[in-house]
Design a protein around this ligand. Structure first.
Ligand code: SAM
Ligand code: SF4
Length: 488
């Protein structure tokens, strides 16, 4: 194991980004900042909310203030401001994706994960390219997904070459659907931290967002959950992987923590520090932030009784504070959470979610719809289909966007950050959201879902006429062509 660890980790690809011998997460400083602001003053809170409305990243002090608000009225004001910020930056759009688990081979032994090497009950499997094709056909041809997040354990058999092969295979798939062809247009990836060379290889096959969660920013907790002789035992190899990703040319990176491992307020501060560090060094913050909560995993008692369990109420608060602290960033909520909680935070701050989710390896092309603990990393809280989710959101006036045009025409990285900060992204994407939603409804939805979603389509068209009258006529030409079955 230690030779594998030495082969993978390149110490100079950590130290080159550090100031001396310290990394940018100072546990003591975070604890002190939190302690200083445990009794927030309402006037100060309202000043901070004004800064969020201006789409400015908050400071650690400001974030610590918001994290301690207990007064129900102030909390409600924060929630409403978070909603305003979300509408300003992202409009009333939600982006959906599906996770596709490629392999659960893993050499690490993370105490909370069903894939860890010490779990003898895990049924190990890595998909062949034929299987990847079949999974993609089910996702793009039957369900109508356009975006995936592909997920891997860490293992020499599933290194960067395997990952690159699987992504090429996904992009190659085209399946006939009612009108035109179904295909995946954006493949995001959640995999182990890599070297700059490996990340360059992935950049070259056209990955979307490169996502790695730090799990916990708290150094001692991290050390207690990830054995030191494993690759994942190196906190800093993980902490600096987004620096390497930017250096390798990857435009969009996604950070996150696994909530339930340590104090949730500390973790929000860690995420903020990470975002600020990337803004500072590369002028681009994270494209997305994820905040999974610990779910029960096969053979892991820790996941059944987490020491730092985050209640639903605290979870709502952490989403609100993240929306306010890093206002331009996409926030991802996953099917780990229950349907009710998911729908709620999608209104108040989150921008992306998965649907029709299956996390067993090879599960999309199988007919068995049950969840199996021995084949999954953890158990899901919400197994609604994409159609069910879309209808539930449409009933709340939210439109699901299948647009990936931003990426195809280069609106990624620094460029998209500017659009997001100035609130232009929201408007820019409205037109594509309506057109791609129309496509999805006509290519994949049931008659009933189409009827239920029609009001949200009409509401969006009316808004386009009112907010961007100069493009309305041209837009309607496109819309009628799309509704008649034309596809680009
Ligand atoms: N193996 C890679 C790694 O660890 O970075 C990436 C894939 S891992 C399968 C994706 C994420 O799942 C992890 O980063 C962790 O945050 C999350 N995860 C692991 N165990 C979990 C659990 N019991 N409940 C919820 N999320 C979990
Ligand atoms: Fe392996 Fe990732 Fe699970 Fe850790 S979290 S055991 S690295 S798959």
């Amino acid at each position: 194991m230690s030779t594998l660890k030495e082969k993978i980790i390149k110490p100079d690809e950590i130290t080159k980004y550090m100031d001396g011998d310290r990394d940018f997460i100072d546990d003591g400083a975070i604890e002190r900042t939190l302690a200083q602001h445990c009794d927030p003053d309402p006037t100060q809170v309202r000043d901070i909310l004004a800064k969020s409305r201006a789409v400015e990243t908050l400071t650690p002090d400001e974030t610590a203030v918001l994290l301690h608000v207990e007064d129900p009225e102030l909390l409600e004001e924060m929630r409403q401001t978070a909603r305003e910020v979300k509408l300003k930056v992202y409009d009333n759009r939600i982006v959906t994706f599906a996770p596709l688990y490629m392999s659960n081979l893993c050499v690490n032994n993370c105490a909370y994960c069903g894939f860890r090497t010490g779990n003898p009950d895990a049924v190990r499997r890595k998909l062949s390219m034929d299987e990847v094709r079949r999974e993609t056909e089910a996702l793009a041809g039957e369900i109508g997904h356009k975006r995936l997040i592909v997920v891997y354990g860490e293992h020499p058999e599933t290194g960067a070459e395997y990952i690159a092969d699987t992504i090429r295979t996904v992009y190659d798939v085209e399946v006939p659907v009612r009108h035109g062809k179904g295909c995946i247009r954006r493949v995001n990836i959640n995999a182990a931290p890599m070297s700059i060379d490996d990340l360059r290889m992935l950049h070259d096959v056209g990955i979307g967002t490169f996502q790695v969660f730090q799990e916990t920013y708290h150094h001692d907790t991290y050390a207690s959950l990830h054995p030191a002789d494993t690759i994942k035992g190196d906190y800093r190899w993980r902490l600096y992987c987004m620096h390497r990703a930017f250096e390798a040319g990857v435009d969009d990176v996604g950070i996150g923590t696994l909530f339930g491992l340590y104090d949730w307020r500390f973790e929000v501060m860690g995420l903020l520090q990470h975002a600020r560090e990337l803004e500072d060094k590369f002028n681009i913050g994270p494209h997305t932030i994820s905040f999974p909560r610990l779910e029960p995993a096969g053979g892991s008692p820790l996941t059944r009784h987490p020491r730092h369990r985050v209640s639903d109420e605290d979870f709502r608060r952490l989403v609100t504070v993240l929306r306010l602290a890093v206002p331009y960033t996409g926030l991802i909520i996953t099917a780990r959470e229950s349907a009710e909680l998911r729908d709620e935070v999608l209104v108040h701050g989150c921008t992306q979610t998965d649907a029709s989710t299956r996390i067993g390896i090879g599960a999309y092309s199988e007919t068995d719809e049950d969840q199996h603990e021995e084949r999954q990393q953890f158990m899901l809280g919400d197994t609604r289909s994409l159609e069910e989710l879309i209808v539930a959101l449409a009933e709340k006036g939210i439109i699901t966007s299948f647009c990936t045009a931003g990426y195809r025409c280069g609106r990624t990285g620094e460029c998209i950050m500017d659009l997001l900060r100035t609130g232009q992204e929201g408007r820019f994407c409205k037109l594509n959201a309506v057109l791609t939603f129309r496509e999805w409804l006509d290519d994949f939805a049931s008659e009933e879902a189409r009827t239920l979603c029609e009001p949200v389509v009409q509401q969006e068209i009316a808004e386009i006429r009112e907010r961007v009258p100069q493009v309305y006529e041209k837009f309607m030409e496109h819309y009628h062509r799309t509704a008649a079955g034309a596809r680009d």
